[in-house]
Structures are given as C-alpha cells and as structure tokens.
Design a protein around this ligand. Structure first.
Ligand code: ZN
Length: 137
C-alpha cells in the first residue's frame, strides 16, 4: 500500500466561513498517483471542521446560520471564561474535523452536489493547515 501525505495551507477571512477546498484536495489525489484506495481530509485544529455538501451561496449561508443557532457564540459556556471561543470548539467537535472519501480509478468519488469545505469556526486565521492523506495502490 502506498501512502501520500500533503498539507494544504488555507487562510480564512471571517469568524465563521466555509472555504471550498475541493480543487486542492482533488489535485492532491492526482499528485498521489494512487488509483484505488481512500482519501482522508483532516483539519488538525480544535476550532475548525470539514464537511462535504453543495457549493450554493444560499445553502452555504444556511449552514453558517445553523451553526450559529446550534452553537451560539454568546452562550453560557464555561470555556468562554478563559478563552472566548467555546462555540467554535463545540461545533468542531460535533461537526467533526475529518472526512474520508473513496478513490477509484485515480479519482476522488463524491456526489455532484458534494464539494469539500473547510469550516472556519474561529477565524479569521492567517493559516489553517489541512491534511490530505491518500492511501491505496
Ligand atoms: Zn478555546
């Protein structure tokens, strides 16, 4: 089995933001030369997440609205007493910081309406590192 590792460096510009990283992830899969296996997309951060869904501006706003509703920034969170970002930690933990995609015939398999997004939950950040690891043959 071959393992290919690449780290993307993504900058974000808002506190809550979806950044489409589909192009960069698929580029990494091509660079890996791996034809069949799987691709892990992982955000090694406690206040970011990875999702796969439609790149439609209204829906992308809906996603952020849902996150704001589920994890209000000004909620009575204990972590806010020491670091004013409990909502970002909670959203990261429950949305999850990784997604796995199948790779078949050299291509990452995803639905037509499944782009891959970094979910920034505590931005803006000059650098968010995103790990793309492709494993297979
Ligand atoms: Zn914190």
């Amino acid at each position: 089995m071959k393992v290919f590792f690449k780290e993307l460096r993504i900058s974000t510009s808002r506190r809550l933001e979806l950044v489409d990283i589909t192009y960069e992830v698929e580029k990494a899969v091509r660079e890996s030369g791996i034809k069949n296996g799987m691709c892990l997309v992982y955000a090694p951060h406690a206040t970011a997440a990875i999702i796969a869904n439609e790149h439609e501006s209204g829906l992308m706003e809906d996603m952020l609205t849902k996150i704001r509703e589920d994890y209000p920034h000004d909620g009575k969170w204990k972590h806010n007493l020491i670091d004013d970002n409990a909502a970002a930690h909670l959203a990261s933990a429950f949305i999850e910081s990784a997604r796995i995609f199948p790779v078949k015939d050299g291509r990452l398999i995803r639905g037509t309406w499944q782009n891959i997004f970094l979910v920034e939950l505590d931005g803006p950040r000059s650098v968010r590192r995103i790990v793309v690891e492709v494993m297979g043959e």
